[in-house]
Ligand binder design. Structure first.
Ligand SMILES: *Cc1c(COP(=O)(O)O)cnc(C)c1O
Length: 391
């Protein structure tokens, strides 16, 4: 491991602060590192390998596609894209899709679409509202709508005409909303920001205000979508219709793919040449994503919601004993945030890693769990037993 760490310093741009571990194999929720040590994965690679690592149907679909055709330019038809859009519509709303390669790219496209449609109404209609503490990606446009200054610092000037609203604060939203807003971007459950679900009344207000001012309501479903919260898409907890949803992460279960899915009537105002991509929607990515969508069904949702209820019950019991160190607990499906008090989440994550459990952080001092859906009560018990000891 020491040699890898040394050589990486020589060859790779040091953008990542890494744990001194390199994984070589993964199956379901089990990871194996170069020394043969195994770990239970409570991250799914940040909500990516949600169906479990090395998912059989996804792997078979990629292998099958690999020897047929992997890439041609988007100036030719790719029928799998149509099939995939149909499957996304069936689980969300009737709409039209564009496929790209990542979450940031999907949000970037959604920003361009929002600006374009806004400009058609009025040249002043280009303001975007997003949430304080939100995360929407790392490109210049997406850091601009990301409500965390640390991601923007040093990269100024960022995109102008963006304002940030306190989540679930109706008056903050009302105050910042006006006729120049072209879109409101929401994460249905804030992920990087610390696992914060939106309130129903806040989402209803956002929907109403967007309608009133001819702005688009965009749900960034990149972390919360694809069954992660116990619904197919996070917005479905709120009984509202989005104008646009953006997808990535779990859509390919590890194969890179992003998507913008939008209301057909809005999509019909967009014309060839406005946007594009070389790799987006290539045959391999589409094969992977079609195999993912084929595995999303009500049985899976029921399982996720059962595991979620079990997690919440066990966490609440744990907090009874450890109320001095465990603060708020937020659980939406298998998107779990545990606030720690007076104990650094980084040290807890390190201790869990030493004991063979991979977890994440979020927000200020929140332990974030996003396990693959293959996880069982047995592994949940094992994790919580270790967490209890560490705390
Ligand atoms: C991860 C994430 C993104 C960015 O996706 P990338 O594929 O890393 O570009 C955007 N929005 C949310 C909510 C995310 O969790």
């Amino acid at each position: 491991m020491d040699q890898i760490i040394q050589e990486e310093k020589e060859h790779l741009i040091g953008f990542f602060k890494r744990f001194p571990i390199a994984f070589t194999r993964a199956e379901g929720h089990t990871l194996t590192d170069i020394n043969g040590k195994t770990y239970t994965d409570f991250t799914a690679g940040i909500s990516v390998c949600s169906l479990g690592h090395a998912n059989r149907r996804v792997n078979d679909a990629i292998k099958d596609q690999l020897d047929k055709i992997t890439h041609m330019t988007n100036i030719f038809y790719v029928p799998g894209q149509i099939e995939l859009s149909r499957k996304i519509s069936a689980k969300s709303f009737n709409g039209k899709s564009f496929f790209c390669n990542s979450g940031a790219e999907a949000n970037d496209a959604a920003i361009k679409i929002s600006r374009f449609l806004g400009n058609k109404i009025s040249p002043k209609k280009n303001k975007i509202l997003s949430m304080e503490s939100s995360f929407h990606g790392r490109t210049i446009a997406t850091i601009s709508i990301t409500g965390q200054p640390k991601y923007r610092q040093g990269f100024e000037p960022i995109l102008p005409h963006v304002d940030y609203v306190k989540i679930n604060d109706m008056s903050s939203l009302e105050e910042k909303m006006d006729e120049n807003v072209c879109a409101i971007f929401l994460e249905p459950v804030m992920g990087e920001g610390g696992i914060f679900p939106l309130s129903r009344s806040f989402v209803a207000k956002a929907r109403m205000l967007a309608q009133k001012h001819q702005a688009l309501l965009v749900f960034d479903e990149i972390q919360a979508g694809i069954a992660r919260t116990g619904k197919y898409f996070g917005y479905q907890w709120y009984d509202v219709e989005p104008d646009i949803i953006t997808l990535a992460k779990a859509l390919g279960n590890g194969f890179p793919i992003g998507a913008v899915h939008m209301k057909s009537a809005l999509a019909d105002q967009l014309t060839p040449g406005l946007h594009g991509t070389t790799f987006g929607g290539n045959f391999l990515a589409i094969a992977a994503a079609n195999a993912v969508m084929d595995q999303l069904d009500d049985t899976l949702l029921t399982k996720i919601n059962e595991l979620s209820a079990y997690f919440l019950e066990r966490l609440n019991a744990l907090r009874k004993d450890k109320h001095t160190v465990i603060g708020d607990i937020r659980v939406k499906g298998l998107m779990i945030g545990i606030d720690l008090i007076g104990i650094d989440v980084a040290s807890v994550i390190q201790d869990l890693l030493d004991r063979g459990f991979v977890t994440l952080r979020a927000g200020d001092n929140t332990l974030r769990l996003l396990p693959p859906f293959t996880i069982t009560k047995k592994e949940i018990d094992a994790l919580l037993e270790q967490l209890m000891e560490i705390l």
